[in-house]
Design a protein around this ligand. Structure first.
Ligand SMILES: [Zn+2]
Length: 374
């Protein structure tokens, strides 16, 4: 469904850069670990990105996965101080009754989002993606999104875009992304600094249509960014598939609802490392939060809990922090599915919203969501 200019050459060569990225992470530690970023507060966090893929039938698609260490460096390469932030173009997005977002466009003048010709359409599309979230979540403290475009160093990169929380704060024994922590504490914890960092591949073949639809062979900018912003808002786990432990001494909000099986409560955070490693590839993980369970019951797939993606072998960045690909493939609104997650909407589905609510976000009452799967 989407392709970058560089990828065309790559596909002709019959190779996949993505396979190279996920090849090995052994021998690296700390901030250099493949797919893990060390935040200023010292939390280790995976960074997710959307990439172009080709499936077994040769059709083009998208896949969400963790970024490699060099890609993370690239995505985080432009930290902007709060003093400087005011000098960049910015936009305020607030849907009726929803949370306010401020977007800071940190590209140099005349480039990326600030490009004189292409910039306005790019900004409108990002603001539409942000508005999709503002329409469904409430809160008292504005969320700051820092956005920039990049041309990947690797000319064969298939990366479309990435987004992640800038930092975490401890709230009630959990490592909570600043965007959510601010709402829970009713004040900004990072002095109004950026909560979510967004990086977009300027070379990708984007369709900027505001309704989330993409023309054949292009990627929907709006739909891709809605998904990635979901990770930036906290839809992410911190289970380390190499050690069977959490990446940090305390769990992310998402982690504590990850359940083995769906018949009874059996949270994997209670499990030892060996058991947890087995859990991560069990194809038997579910999200057990009450709001997610309620949303699941209202869906066309009324499972006792929301099924999560947990294939064997483990897929770095796709596993666990997405809903199950096979279970929800026909929803076409399964926004937080890991790959080819539907297209043609600028709204967020009820399973995703249930999970966000369980993590602590307050939802806009009676918000218009992606066509309820029933
Ligand atoms: Zn994703």
């Amino acid at each position: 469904m989407s392709i970058t200019r560089h990828l065309r050459r790559l596909l002709l060569a019959g190779a996949s850069a993505w396979l190279l990225w996920t090849g090995s992470s052994t021998g690296l530690t700390g901030a250099q670990r493949n797919g893990v970023h060390l935040t200023p507060n010292g939390y280790r966090v995976p960074v997710y990105g959307m990439s172009v893929t080709r499936n077994a039938e040769g059709a083009l698609g998208t896949e969400c996965a963790r970024l490699s260490a060099p890609e993370i460096e690239r995505a985080q390469a432009r930290p902007v101080s709060r003093a400087l932030m005011v000098s960049y173009p910015h936009a305020t997005v607030q849907a009726t009754a929803g949370l306010t977002f401020t977007i800071i466009y940190t590209d140099a003048a005349g480039t990326g989002f600030n490009d004189a010709a292409a910039g306005p359409a790019r900004k409108l599309a990002l603001e539409a993606a942000v508005a999709a979230w503002s329409k469904v979540i409430q809160g008292t403290v504005p969320i700051v999104v820092e956005a920039a475009m990049e041309t990947p160093d690797d000319p064969e990169s298939t990366l479309l875009a990435s987004a992640g929380p800038v930092d975490f704060f401890e709230v009630n024994g959990r490592a909570v992304p600043s965007s959510l922590a601010a709402q829970l504490r009713n004040r900004s914890l990072n002095n109004g600094g950026a909560d979510i960092q967004v990086m977009v591949n300027e070379q990708a073949d984007w369709d900027y249509s505001l309704n989330g639809v993409a023309a054949a062979g292009q990627a929907s900018f709006v739909y891709t960014m809605i998904h990635e912003l979901g990770h930036g808002l906290g839809f992410l786990d911190s289970f380390d598939a190499e050690t069977g432990q959490l990446l940090n001494p305390i769990p992310f909000p998402y982690d504590v609802f990850v359940n083995r099986g769906s018949a009874r409560r059996d949270v994997v955070t209670d499990h030892g490392a060996d058991q947890l490693l087995a859990d991560l590839t069990s194809n038997d993980l579910f999200f057990n939060g009450p709001k997610a369970v309620e949303a699941s019951a209202r869906s066309i797939r009324p499972l006792p809990m929301v099924k999560l993606y947990a294939p064997d072998p483990y897929e770095q960045g796709s596993s666990v922090a997405h809903v199950d690909q096979d279970t929800y493939a026909d929803f076409k609104t399964g926004l937080m599915a890991p790959k080819d997650f539907g297209s043609g909407t600028d709204k967020i589905d009820i399973l995703t919203l249930g999970i966000m609510a369980d993590m602590g976000y307050e939802l806009v009452p009676n918000a218009v969501t992606a066509r309820a799967p029933r």
